[in-house]
Design a binder for this molecule. Sequence first.
Ligand code: B12
Length: 347
Amino acid sequence: MLQRYPTSTLTTAHREDAPILVTSQEAARICRVHASSVKRWCDAGELPCRLTAGGHRRIVLEDLVAFARHAGLTTPLAAFDDQLAAVWRASSQAGDGRFDALVDLWFSWLMADEPALLDPSLGLLLDRGLPLAAVLDQGVGRLMRRVGDAWEEGRIRIGDEHRASEHVMDALHALRGRLQPGLRPAAVLRRAVVGAAEGDPHHLGSFMVRLLLEERGLTVNYLGANVPGEEFAAQQQRWGADLVCVSFTPPRGPADAVRLVRSLAQGYDPARPYHLALGGGALDGKVVDPPYRPFRSFAVLGSLVELAAWLDGRRDSAALSEGAATDPSAAESSLAEHGYTTSRRST
Ligand code: B12
């Protein structure tokens, strides 16, 4: 299903060769200035613009980029040169929930070993108002699955997969530098411990969780790949974190998640309570449902968009929902019996 994001000002040219026109609002957003400045520049003739029949200003994208360069304004648009139109059109489609063209473009950059535009392209999406969680899920997540498919089908070598992963990790680090943490501080959750499950060398997913939490104003103790289960508990206690997020990528699976939850439940200290959220491609659709959940709340989430909604619900609710705590010994035997269920579950 296509998802439309609140980017009503996105302007998509209908013909490939037609000039791309942007509104003054959108020009202001991507140049990080006030719309009144753009209108002033237009009216003074410094920034060429045309008027619609209704009298609204429209600016040719190339003119905007030239002006921004000349005026020393910071915008990711300045990076794209001859790829400007392609990037703009692809990101307009992403604004309508269609990421295919953008993922195609990104994949071609990675395969050509030209990753420099990946970071400004991510920055442009955020500047155009797309939510970070959607950009990561539908953009970067799909890009990585495309890389994995290409490897599985023998179209790229293992070295290409490694190279692509490193480039994407670099772009995510750069994106982290672009985020403005604390803009929307989480009123309830303050600190999180985040990492990838034991034995899991894949940590792009947990890194993306980190970005999302930091964007919401949380402080994150980031543990990276292959974190021993008991270490999540030790770090939570050490830093007094009120949230622990763990990512599972194949070949890890739900049984690994059950093992982790069991070990965290055993060592849980009610004096230092926390929420537990699990996610990642290995848990998609097959979700852990342990009977003993002493945590303040426990959620298995299928995407970063779900994580964002879960966090925002937590932030907005006055009273936190308490996780269902049952008798630990009964829970232990029950865990052993049940292992995990295949139903999606979040509390
Ligand atoms: C990149 C990659 C690697 C990189 C990892 C680099 C890194 N720094 O992370 C490297 C090259 C190191 C690697 C190694 C291996 N990999 Co690998 N890898 C991948 C690849 C291409 C992408 C993984 C990825 O980053 N996905 C993007 C993540 C972010 O997506 P996601 O997990 O679906 O998560 C999304 C959501 O669930 C959410 N999310 C993630 N975590 C969390 C956590 C929480 C709390 C929440 C709320 C949400 C959330 O965010 C994401 C965005 O939407 C996949 C292909 C694929 N289809 O996934 C193969 C893949 C996972 N790898 C695979 C394999 C087999 C391996 C290796 C065993 C062999 C190999 N190919 O080299 C080794 C591992 C060796 C070992 N010691 O175990 C297989 C697994 C197959 C299986 N079913 O067992 C896959 C599926 C490739 C394939 N098609 O065969 N790999």
